[in-house]
Write a protein of this length. Structure first.
Length: 212
């Protein structure tokens, strides 16, 4: 499969998951999308029970596993096409999926360790839920913006549209969590956040720049 087929097929699968989520869990999906930017909806989401116990919790994860590998192939196609001549696009897509899975599992492990060591178990679910809201909004936007940038052959759309959106929801996620934590040191959280949520991505970007 070439890059175009892989991205097209992946985006179709992503749209299928989005459609299913809205058909099967329309009310919950709308609540999740509103909760990241509204305290009232955020509190309502918590009152209705743990999001991690519902099937809808896995939709953002699946969308992430689809959207980010597509984003990797997108950048390789426009900014490092020689890599696609050396390695199979399908192999690179698979490697990107493994990378996303590794980051996800690693962040879950570090979160469990951090909240256990500092006795913040009560804040663990709050963080997981808030991050799920961020992940869902981010993945939905990626699934929407990648085909536009890909089929118009204007990669700058990612920088001019996605980066500002990513920045807004990133800070919305950060502020939403800080406003709702109780009994947790903000210094400890800041150290964790910088060490295990930001630094790994910066190191990955630097590694890609060095190798490409």
């Amino acid at each position: 499969m070439n890059t175009n087929n892989i991205i097209t097929f992946s985006l179709l699968i992503g749209l299928l998951f989005i459609t299913l989520s809205f058909v099967l869990y329309r009310r919950k999906v709308l609540l999740v999308l509103r909760a990241l930017f509204s305290t009232r909806y955020f509190q309502q989401l918590f009152r209705e029970g743990k999001l991690t116990n519902e099937y809808i919790y896995f939709y953002p994860i699946l969308l992430y596993f689809i959207a980010f590998p597509c984003l990797v192939l997108f950048f390789l196609q426009f900014y490092a096409p020689k890599v696609l001549e050396i390695y199979s696009p399908l192999l690179l897509y698979g490697m990107a999926c493994v990378g996303v899975a590794t980051v996800f599992l690693g962040s879950q492990l570090f979160l469990w360790y951090f909240t256990t060591v500092f006795n913040y178990q009560g804040q663990r679910y709050l963080y997981i839920t808030t991050k799920a809201l961020y992940r869902f909004c981010n993945a939905l936007f990626l699934i929407a913006i990648i085909p536009v940038a890909w089929y118009t052959r204007v990669p700058e759309i990612i920088f001019y549209v996605y980066i500002p959106f990513f920045t807004i929801i990133f800070f919305a996620f950060f502020i939403r969590f800080l406003r709702n934590i109780n009994g947790m040191s903000r210094i400890h959280f800041f150290i964790y956040f910088c060490s295990f949520e930001i630094l790994p991505y910066l190191l990955l970007i630097k590694l890609l720049i060095i190798n490409l």
